[in-house]
Design a protein around this ligand. Structure first.
Ligand code: AN0
Ligand code: CP
Length: 318
């Protein structure tokens, strides 16, 4: 594997899952693979889980790791080509990227959607420039439209906990005070459809996700109806994805907060969320602390998904 930005890059999913389960039992099995190889993790945005789990994954593989926080101590970067740089930005991404490539073998990028211009975000301009100009394999640590390392971890978690072969997985929108990207729900739906689950998406009207990611899933606008018979409830807020309302918060409707009321009509579903989560906006204390909450095992599996992905990239290095 060269780059990892979405589910299809992983190749055979069944094999990847077996590899994940094997690595979970023996995390240091491939500790020689990354010897004298360097991972550079570049963060344009904050992170707790991705930062720690990806670094741990690289350490499992024997790699050296460098972390660069673009907003803390690096020069301010211009990202638009053709501008006269007479403002506060000291360096252009077009020099910064190949320079970063000089010091490492693999690059992980976190670069959230700006939620200002839909076309820019959906073209994945920053991620693709790293792919084009760094000369290195690049993987997404959540880019503008996807968060595949999260979805891979979510899938491992569902496989470990499911009691039917093809579970019903419900992605529900939930309220949040700030505009959030569509990356997590996009990747989640695309991944869950790719592995053959029954996928239902529920959200208020206006929150439709791009069909590029949702093809094969069903939309049910009535949240309580969507929840019926669910085996897994995956909550997430996102802002509007349409061109007309791109990046806007259209609703803060608290009746969508996941509580006992919704969980009671499921088939004793597990509750999932990628974290960080705002309690009593997205989900009640009772549900997230309850016996069917998988939020911590899900976060723990981020180390496993990242180990598999970095291992596959290391195996593909020339
Ligand atoms: C981010 C998001 O919604 O994309 C990161 C989630 C992993 N969440 C926040 O910014 C709160
Ligand atoms: N789930 C996730 O990616 O969390 P962080 O934003 O803390 O990395």
């Amino acid at each position: 594997m060269r780059h990892f930005t979405e589910v299809k890059d992983l190749g055979n999913l069944h094999q990847a899952l077996q590899e994940a389960l094997e690595i979970k039992k023996e995390r240091f099995k491939y500790v020689e693979l990354g010897r004298n190889k360097t991972l550079l993790m570049v963060f344009f945005n904050s992170s707790l889980r991705t930062r720690l789990s990806t670094q741990k994954a690289a350490m499992n593989l024997g790699m050296n790791v460098i972390v660069l926080d673009i907003n803390q101590g690096a020069w301010k970067l211009e990202t638009e080509r053709g501008v006269v740089m007479d403002g506060d930005k000291s360096e252009h991404l077009l020099e910064a990227i190949p320079v970063m490539g000089c010091y490492c073998d693999i690059i992980g990028i976190r670069s959230f959607a700006q939620l200002e211009n839909r076309e820019d975000d959906y073209q994945e301009k920053i991620l693709n420039q790293f792919i084009q100009y760094s000369g290195r394999p690049v993987f997404s640590m959540e880019a503008a439209t996807g968060h595949p390392l999260q979805s891979f971890a979510d899938w491992i978690t569902i496989e470990e906990n499911k009691s039917v072969e093809r579970p019903k997985v419900v992605l529900t929108w939930a309220p949040h005070p700030k505009a959030l990207p569509q990356a997590v729900p996009n990747s989640f739906v695309q991944w869950m459809v790719a592995v053959g689950y029954e996928v239902v998406i529920t959200h208020p009207r206006g929150y439709e996700l791009d069909e590029k990611f949702t093809a094969g899933a069903r939309i049910e606008y009535d949240q309580m109806k969507a929840m019926q018979g669910a085996h897994f409830v995956y909550a997430k807020n996102w802002s509007a994805a349409s061109l007309e309302h791109y990046g806007q918060v259209l609703s803060m409707e608290r009746s969508w907060t996941v509580s006992r009321r919704q969980m009671d009509v499921t088939d004793n579903a597990f509750f999932m969320h990628c974290l960080p989560v705002r309690r009593n906006m997205i989900v009640t204390d009772e549900v997230i602390e309850g016996p069917r909450s998988l939020v911590i095992p899900e976060a723990a599996n981020r180390e496993i998904s990242a180990t598999v992905v970095i291992k596959k990239i290391l195996e593909g290095l020339e």
